[in-house]
Design a protein around this ligand. Structure first.
Ligand code: NAD
Length: 299
């Protein structure tokens, strides 16, 4: 069992901490929001006054923060993880951030004799609670093998995808496929509804064919039921596609579909929908058509 520091106790971090405690690890935790620290102390963790203090007591420090700037601040900044971390300790950043930032933070850790793995997750809050996250890691194979049993306490699939940064490249690939799938589903269901069809009937007709997908099964019923309670927020997906486009630009890769969906996400945020579920991408296409995806009134 390990002494683990955990920084970032939000929607995902808190249940991940709970599963690490259940697996028998001891946890020292920090978040800039004191109420979130108190909640995880209630699960059995010990509070730290800073990320640096959490790191000083730990062999492994996990971070689960919104985006790259917060990871840079919490790891490299004043009172950050690197100020407290012992040489030979390991930082595992599980946030979804730009692979370029993951590499920068990894290099800064290496310069201080601290090992680094990027290990973003897919699955959202329900899978964080059930410890069934898909975890995609990037780092040195020997370091990965050491931390894999800890990651397995939070996820049902833990995969090393390449060197530092590869975990976040894999996560961005995942986010591109999900966002473009939701947008394509939106165009399809808006067209069918405007043509006078019941979108439930269309969904049932196609779900077993080639167009069927996990995204379709999860998101079409939400759209048809007009339930946009998050799951995964529009603003987080906008962040992920921005990071995908920045990484793509640095490699001179064109991502025309991702660019289009990114524009939709930005428009939705400006329309006050940033905290809706990403299935609300469909509402952008609905507005262009003047049609809502819902069963006909008589159905
Ligand atoms: P969240 O906003 O609920 O939690 C982030 C936490 O980080 C907050 O509690 C915040 O107070 C804390 N924080 C910010 N800056 C800090 C700092 N400098 N020091 C210490 N704490 C700090 O976000 P979340 O939904 O838990 O997501 C975390 C990461 O996981 C994001 O990168 C997100 O894209 C990714 N992710 C989220 C989901 C999801 O469904 N929510 C799914 C997969 C991946």
């Amino acid at each position: 069992m390990s002494n683990i520091g955990f920084v970032g106790l939000g929607i995902m971090g808190a249940p991940m901490c709970r599963n690490l405690l259940k697996a028998g690890h001891s946890l020292v935790v920090f978040d800039i929001v004191p109420a979130l620290v108190e909640r995880v102390v209630g699960y059995g963790a010990t509070a730290a006054a800073s990320a640096s203090a959490a790191a000083a007591k730990s062999d492994i420090v996990i971070t689960m923060l919104p985006d790259g700037p917060e990871v840079e601040q919490a790891v490299l900044g004043p009172a950050g993880v690197l100020e407290g971390a012992r040489a030979g300790a390991t930082v595992v950043d599980m946030s979804s951030i730009s692979p370029l930032v993951a590499q920068k933070v990894g290099a800064a850790c290496a310069a201080k004799g601290v090992r680094f793995v990027d290990a973003p997750v897919s699955g959202g809050e329900p899978k964080a609670i059930d410890a069934t996250l898909a975890i995609m890691a990037g780092g040195d194979e020997a370091v990965f093998n050491e931390v894999a049993p800890i990651l397995q306490a939070m996820g049902s699939s833990v995969t090393l995808t390449g060197p530092v940064g590869a975990g976040n490249v894999t996560k961005l690939a995942n986010q591109i496929m999900v966002a473009c799938n939701i947008a394509a589903m939106g165009e399809a269901l808006v067209l069918a509804t405007k043509a006078g069809l019941d979108p439930n009937v269309v969904f049932n007709a196609v779900t077993g064919g080639l167009a069927g997908s996990t995204v379709l099964n999860a998101k079409a019923p939400m759209v048809i039921g007009r339930n946009f309670k998050p799951g995964f927020r529009i603003r987080l997906h906008q962040k992920d596609l921005r990071n995908a486009l920045l990484a793509a630009e640095s490699m001179k890769v064109g991502l025309p579909l991702t660019s289009s969906v990114q524009q939709m996400l930005m428009a939705l945020m400006n329309d006050g929908k940033g905290d809706l579920d990403h299935s609300a991408i469909v509402t952008f296409i609905e507005e262009m058509a003047g049609t809502e995806v819902k069963p006909p009134a008589s159905a």
